[in-house]
Design a protein around this ligand. Structure first.
Ligand code: RFL
Ligand code: PHB
Length: 391
């Protein structure tokens, strides 16, 4: 079937997914004059309103500025010079800018996506919403094809290269047969809330308590983001609003700090998961972002890792399209280095910050956290890993 108007039947790079990985890649490639078509399963309004990540590394922010999509971010993002580790109510401030040389930024993932979408559409580059990639075929040859459904009709897009930036549940991951996958399932989920209330302070707070992790973050001067560790088997029925607030108050309680309540605008339960595919490429199909790896959210690394992948992938694809395969051949190995670094930080934080319910284990966690938060090497390491600034 012919493609929809404005969308070619053939392109250099077919990108599956308009999340941070797919959109940043498309912007990097557009800058190099490489044509791509981005296919996104969901509607524009859905991807621009889906509440997910919030903490952006300075390297991610620098790249967004470089791509010309930093204007709204610079006007509205909250610059985060420190975060707080709360251990059984004891407050430890980690001055990340002082210790690592750079601040973190708090700016919603959906805002990053909205900025990149607006930029791409304004340039007239093809991006189809509600276009579901069904299969990627012919990846062993020089002209792989994507079969996709748009407006109820099945269509075909032929490309030189296909990139699966379609997240953990997309077709990219299913099509690349990993030699080996590394997984860890946690018995834990995060109950995330978006609350119509001013943040209760200017810092992101990770609170370890014997009742479980409580977290405080923000999205704007009037929107608070909160998280609670809950059992992976829990549903919303287990968490009526009064129980949510009671647990947030208990877990985040500390002298000189009080939690401001407000109407809950959005809630979601997300299971904690760790996953790495040691294969990020099969022939002419490459994976980037959550399609290739998932880190527990305790390190605030998932979106930032997706951006690191496409920073490596864009020049590799440009070279490959010009006939030089060396960078593309090194893609998986190059990415796995930053993936395992981020995994190590995120899993380490996940192990320490979530309560297990076993009093001995949890006392060990509190002691270890205290050791990290109070001694210079631990403080510096936490700050540098959080910001993604590695010496
Ligand atoms: P995405 O964002 O999932 O985008 C994939 C896109 O592909 C589309 N898609 C398809 N399109 C076409 N055809 C198909 N067949 C398709 N199947 C799927 C989807 O609709 C979607 O639009 O993956 P990407 O681009 O790799 O980005 C990864 C990030 O989304 C993710 O890692 C972060 O949200 C993780 N994360 C955080 N990362 C950070 O860096 N900092 C944070 O503060 C942070 N906080 C979080 C988080 C993740 C969380 N959850 C949801 C577990 C907090 C939470 C609660
Ligand atoms: C968020 O603001 O949503 C956020 C911040 C830090 C994390 C995870 C999520 O580790």
């Amino acid at each position: 079937m012919t493609p929809p108007p404005g969308v070619p039947a053939r392109t250099q790079v077919a990108v599956l997914g308009a999340g941070p990985a797919g959109l940043v890649l498309a912007a990097l490639l557009a800058r190099e004059g490489v044509d791509c078509v981005v296919l996104e399963l969901r509607s524009r309004s859905h991807v621009e309103s889906r509440v997910r990540a919030g903490a952006l590394e300075p390297g991610t922010v620098a790249l967004l500025r470089e791509l010309g999509v930093g204007e709204r971010l610079d006007a509205t993002a909250m610059v985060s010079h420190q975060f707080e580790l709360r251990i059984d109510g004891e407050r430890h401030v980690l001055p990340v800018t002082e210790l690592s040389g750079q601040p973190m930024y708090v700016y919603g993932q959906q805002e990053v996506v909205a900025d990149l979408v607006a930029h791409r559409l304004a340039a007239g580059h093809p991006l189809l919403f509600e276009a579901e990639a069904l299969a990627v075929e012919g990846i062993a040859g020089a002209a792989p094809t994507v079969r996709y459904r748009y407006e109820g009709v099945e269509r075909t897009l032929t490309a030189d290269v296909v990139v699966g930036a379609d997240g953990f549940h997309g077709v990219g991951r299913r099509t690349v047969a990993a030699a080996r996958v590394f997984t860890r399932d946690y018995p834990i989920a995060w109950l995330g809330l978006l609350v119509d209330a001013p943040p209760s302070g200017r810092d992101v707070v990770y609170a370890f308590s014997r009742s479980g992790l409580g977290m405080h973050s923000m999205r704007s001067p009037t929107l608070t983001r909160l998280y609670l560790q809950v059992p992976a088997t829990d549903t919303f029925a287990d968490w009526p609003e009064d129980r949510i607030w009671a647990q947030l108050h208990t877990r985040l309680s500390a002298e000189g700090w009080s939690l401001t309540e407000g109407p809950v605008l959005e809630r979601a339960i997300a299971p904690l998961r760790a996953y790495v595919s040691d294969t990020m490429r099969a022939g002419r199909l490459f994976l980037a972002g959550d399609a290739a790896h998932i880190v527990p959210p305790t390190g605030a690394k998932g979106l930032n890792l997706a951006v690191r992948d496409v920073r490596v992938l864009a020049p590799a694809l440009v070279a490959l399209l010009r006939g030089d395969p060396a960078l593309a051949d090194a893609y998986t190995a190059t990415c796995l280095q930053h993936v395992w670094w981020a995994m190590s930080f995120s899993c380490g934080m996940a192990r320490l910050l979530h309560a297990s319910g076993d009093p001995f284990e949890d006392s060990l966690r509190a002691a270890e956290l205290r050791g990290l938060a109070t001694r210079e090497p631990g403080r510096r390491m936490l700050a540098e890993d959080y910001c993604g600034v590695r010496p």
